[in-house]
Design a protein around this ligand. Structure first.
Ligand code: PLP
Length: 375
């Protein structure tokens, strides 16, 4: 009896904020966790004390928005997400800048991209500005969880799932949108290490007309088998080719791919099968600002191998929020292997990495107005 009372009392509503369209309830935990050692964070192992959650009901819209203790959520086994996979997500980071202030990088681009992913999966839109406001409040509550060691950050995972309990294959009428936070370590403990990549010539990740450009859960489920196969052969990631001819390079795991030939950068165009990476877009803009030519053109894998054998493939790298830039040191395709730039990080990759992370942490000017200050 007493214990139940205590439990109920421990959920103290700190405030309710009336927004233009919705109120936000903030219920602070009375049981904060121990903050992990920033030197040993890894990726996605720890979660902060609080999370954000709201529910969508057809005919009503979004409701019951709350920041509450991080923990299990009640779901019906019949919830449609478990059966038919209506699930989308985003990945972004909060940083500590030079002055220990909290910053985000192009956050509205992430929420707008989620809306585009949701269109493909018949899921409802979120209001990007409103959700950004909520994220800012969540970050201020969790500010002790934002690590400040070089390369560390607080990874932000917004996601949406169909929660309606029904086994009919149809567009769900109820959804949950959540934001959870995980402090993550430096991707590069010993500087930017080139990776060995396996070029997958049988499995594909995306097809014309498919879901390749949506950040939806199903795309990652289908990538696990090729990833496992590459791992077993000693490679750290998979380079996927186009789904039709298995000829043109598309993406590296959960990153976009760049190739530098004769000082020019090449990356696949956004034609439906490529995830429109925010890092990809930032690299294109920063590279052009620095005077590099960037060509959005799909290169054939045979061409890349030919060029490499002629000594004209200067560099290759992958781009994404998690690692920003990840140099590719080795590519294996069928029976052939090429080593790129002596398996060392290239000068252009290093320059772009330094520039982009410099902008993100406030060490460098922000000519594109990408940095969003939270406090
Ligand atoms: C998330 C993701 C990327 C990178 O996008 P960023 O916005 O740069 O983090 C690239 N490819 C795939 C398949 C992805 O899921």
């Amino acid at each position: 009896m007493c214990a139940i009372m205590d439990y109920k009392l421990s959920a103290i509503i700190i405030y309710i904020q009336k927004g233009d369209n919705m109120e936000l309830q903030v219920i602070k935990t009375q049981n904060p966790k121990q903050i992990p050692d920033y030197n040993n964070l890894g990726f996605g192992k720890y979660f902060t004390d609080h999370m954000f959650m709201m529910t969508y009901t057809e005919g009503i819209g979004w409701h019951d928005a709350k920041i509450c203790e991080y923990g299990p959520i009640p779901m019906q086994p019949g919830a449609q997400v478990f059966h038919y996979g209506q699930a989308t997500f985003e990945g972004m980071k909060a940083y500590r800048d030079q002055n220990d202030k909290i910053t985000l990088f192009r956050p509205l681009d992430n929420f707008n991209r989620m809306n585009r992913s949701n269109d493909r999966l018949c899921m409802p839109h979120i209001d990007p500005e409103w959700v950004l406001g909520v994220l800012e409040q969540l970050l201020l509550i969790e500010k002790e969880w934002i690590p400040n060691l070089p390369g560390t950050s607080l990874y932000i995972r917004p996601f949406m799932i169909a929660s309606e309990s029904s086994l009919g294959v149809k567009v769900a009428s109820e959804y949950i949108f959540m934001i959870i936070l995980s402090p993550v370590g430096s991707y590069y403990a010993e500087g930017l290490q080139p990776t060995s990549i396996y070029v997958e010539d049988s499995y594909v990740r995306a097809m014309d007309g498919g879901t390749g450009e949506a950040k939806c859960a199903g795309n990652y489920a289908t990538s696990l088998l090729p990833y496992k196969k590459a791992k077993e052969m000693g490679y750290s990631q998979v380079l996927f080719l186009d789904g039709k001819e298995k000829k043109y390079v598309e993406e590296v795991g959960t990153s976009n791919a760049f190739f530098v030939i004769d000082g020019k950068l090449y990356t696949s165009p956004l034609k439906g099968t490529i995830l429109p990476g925010i890092t990809r877009d930032s690299i294109i803009k920063v590279a052009r600002m620095k005077g590099y030519e960037v060509v959005e053109e799909a290169l054939a894998i045979d061409y890349i191998f030919d060029i490499a054998k002629q000594g004209k493939l200067d560099e290759s790298f992958a781009s994404g929020t998690a690692a920003v830039i990840s140099p590719i040191g080795k590519l294996s395709y069928k029976d052939d292997v090429i080593v790129i730039n002596n398996n060392e990080i290239g000068a252009i990759a290093q320059e772009l990495y330094d520039t982009l992370t410099g902008i993100q942490t406030g060490k460098l000017d922000d000519p594109f107005n990408w940095v969003h200050h939270v406090n």
